[in-house]
Design a binder for this molecule. Structure first.
Ligand SMILES: C[S@@+](CC[C@H](N)C(=O)[O-])C[C@H]1O[C@@H](n2cnc3c(N)ncnc32)[C@H](O)[C@@H]1O
Length: 283
C-alpha cells in the first residue's frame, strides 16, 4: 500500500480504500457506467475532443468517460487504481473492438510522460480523491501545451435526487439511521462551481470555464434498480448500511418500489437527476 492509500483507508467511512472500489466494480460496470454516456459525451464536446486525438482518462472506473471518448474516435488510455475496474474496462474494449487500453495507476502519481495527451479528463473520479490539488497538477503535467483538461463533478448535494431517495427509504425502515457524516464529503469538494474554477486555475490552467447546464439522469423502474445503482456507484452507501439485516434490506427495496411507483410516469420510468459541474481549462 502507498502512503496515500494508507491515509485513504484511515479515513474510515468518509472515503473508500482501493479494495472497496474493487468490490463494487462489477456493479459499477453493469448498473452505473452505461447510463453515463450522454453526460460524458457532453463533457468531451466541451473539451473539444476530436477523432484521432489522444485522450487520457484519470480514475476511469469501468469506462464511463473512456468508452464514449473511444467511440468518438479518440485513442484512449484509461487509468484507475482499482485492478477490477480496469479488468471490466478492458473486457468492454475487447467486446467493442475499440482503440483503447486500460492500466492500473494512482491518480496522484501518473506513470505517464509530460506533455503527452491532447485531452486529459476525469469524470466523478478526481472529484472525490484525497489530494485533489496534486491529482489536478498531474492531469495538467501530462497534457500537451494547448491541450485541455476536463473535470466532471457533482454539483449541490442537496439536489442529488437518487441519494435522497435512498436515504429516505433507509430511514423509513431504520428510523435511527443517520445517513452520511455531517462534515463535507470529499465527493462534493468541488460542488460549488467557483471552487472548481479556482482549483483548475490553481493547477495552472487558463481559459477555465465551468458549465452547470448539464445534469446526471438516472432512469429507474424498480426499487432493486435504484438499490443496485446506489450500492454500485460508490462504496460509501454500502459501508453506511453494512450492519443491516437481509430483512431490512428487502424492506428498503420495497419502500423504494413504492416511492418510484408514486412518482413515475405512465411508462413506469422515473428519472432522478443530479446537478453537474463540468470544468474545462487549457494548458
Ligand atoms: C465514481 S467512480 C468514477 C469512474 C468513472 N470515471 C466514471 O465516470 O464512471 C470513481 C473511480 O475513482 C477511482 N479512484 C479513487 N481513488 C483513486 C486514486 N487515488 N487513483 C486512481 N483512481 C482512483 C475508483 O477506483 C473509481 O473507479
Amino acid at each position: 500500500m502507498t502512503d496515500l492509500q494508507q491515509e485513504t483507508a484511515q479515513h474510515g467511512e468518509h472515503t473508500a480504500p482501493v479494495e472497496a472500489w474493487d468490490a463494487i466494480a462489477a456493479l459499477y460496470d453493469e448498473h452505473v457506467a452505461p447510463g453515463e454516456s450522454e453526460l460524458a459525451t457532453a463533457g468531451l464536446r466541451l473539451a473539444r475532443l476530436q477523432a484521432g486525438d489522444t485522450f487520457l482518462d484519470v480514475a476511469a472506473g469501468t469506462g464511463g468517460l473512456s468508452l464514449p471518448a473511444a467511440r468518438l474516435g479518440a485513442k484512449v488510455l484509461a487509468t484507475d487504481w482499482s485492478p477490477k475496474m480496469i479488468e471490466h474496462f478492458n473486457a468492454r474494449v475487447t467486446a467493442e473492438g475499440l482503440d483503447a487500453e486500460g492500466r492500473v495507476m494512482d491518480c496522484h502519481a501518473l506513470d505517464v510522460p509530460d506533455d503527452s495527451y491532447d485531452v486529459t479528463g476525469s469524470q466523478f473520479g478526481v472529484m472525490l480523491v484525497l489530494d485533489q490539488a496534486q491529482a489536478l497538477r498531474e492531469m495538467v503535467r501530462v497534457t500537451k501545451p494547448g491541450g485541455r483538461v476536463l473535470l466532471i463533478a457533482y454539483g449541490d448535494p442537496g439536489e442529488f435526487e437518487a441519494l435522497h431517495f435512498f436515504i429516505s427509504a433507509v430511514q423509513a425502515v431504520v428510523p435511527e439511521f443517520e445517513g452520511p457524516p455531517d462534515e463535507p464529503m470529499l465527493e462534493f469538494q468541488v460542488a460549488d462551481p467557483d471552487v472548481l474554477r479556482q482549483r483548475l486555475t490553481d493547477a495552472g490552467l487558463t481559459d477555465v470555464t465551468v458549465d452547470t447546464s448539464n445534469q446526471e439522469r438516472v432512469t429507474v423502474r424498480t426499487g432493486q434498480q435504484l438499490w443496485d445503482w446506489t450500492i454500485g456507484s460508490n462504496p460509501i452507501p454500502g459501508m453506511l448500511i453494512a450492519d443491516l439485516t437481509d430483512q431490512q434490506r428487502e424492506d428498503i427495496v420495497r419502500v423504494l418500489d413504492g416511492m418510484i411507483r408514486e412518482r413515475s410516469g405512465d411508462d413506469g420510468a422515473l428519472v432522478l437527476t443530479a446537478p453537474l459541474n463540468i470544468g474545462v481549462g487549457t494548458k
